[in-house]
Write a protein that binds this ligand. Sequence first.
Ligand SMILES: Cc1cc2nc3c(=O)[nH]c(=O)nc-3n(C[C@H](O)[C@H](O)[C@H](O)COP(=O)(O)O)c2cc1C
Length: 202
Amino acid sequence: MLAEMKSGVMDLKFCILMGSPRKKGNTIKLLTPFVKELELNNIPYDLIWLYDKRIEPCIACRKCQENWSIFGCHYQDDAREIFDKIRESDVIVLATPIYSWFCTPPMKALLDRLVYGMNKYYGEEKGPSLWAGKKLAIIATCGYRPEKGADLFEEAMKRYCKHSQLKYVGMIAERDLGYKTVFVPNEERAKTLARQIIDQND
Ligand SMILES: Cc1cc2nc3c(=O)[nH]c(=O)nc-3n(C[C@H](O)[C@H](O)[C@H](O)COP(=O)(O)O)c2cc1C
């Protein structure tokens, strides 16, 4: 207990945004050992299945720029509770299958809502990033080799993090060899990513 408090582990909270529509698909298989590692270390987390939520696409009305301390979006949908859960967390995990070289649509819609709702950069005056300093990691599965399947999404998220003042931690991406092949996740890589984030002190 004392060791945990010293290392700051007690304070760490994860918000996992799950972008797969398939409850028993490849991405949850890769995410499961990661989550088990969090549980083993008594790390609290939220796991949010984005296809179960209503997340409208951003319409660039910029209402979110009027108040620098709240989300402020004009939509009354589920992105609000996700915004709050992210603000309570230290680490954001984007777990997604790659669709057309990017994340799936509800995750893209959420990323757009957050890049404006969290970053108060777009009003009359430039305001703060409300999530500066939080960490972001990616867990992806894709049909192509990860270097050709998940590379563009990773690059986009690196820029997204820099722009938002988030700390990009890294990505694990595993290949799906097709519907006739059983997907076997690399559990060790997923556990290692979890441990790496838990053990980081900054
Ligand atoms: C509509 C659609 C688009 C896809 N686009 C890509 C792609 O651009 N690149 C890629 O490597 N794999 C692509 N895939 C393959 C998925 O990323 C892969 O099968 C993934 O493991 C599915 O994860 P899931 O079982 O969690 O849904 C696509 C699959 C679908 C259904």
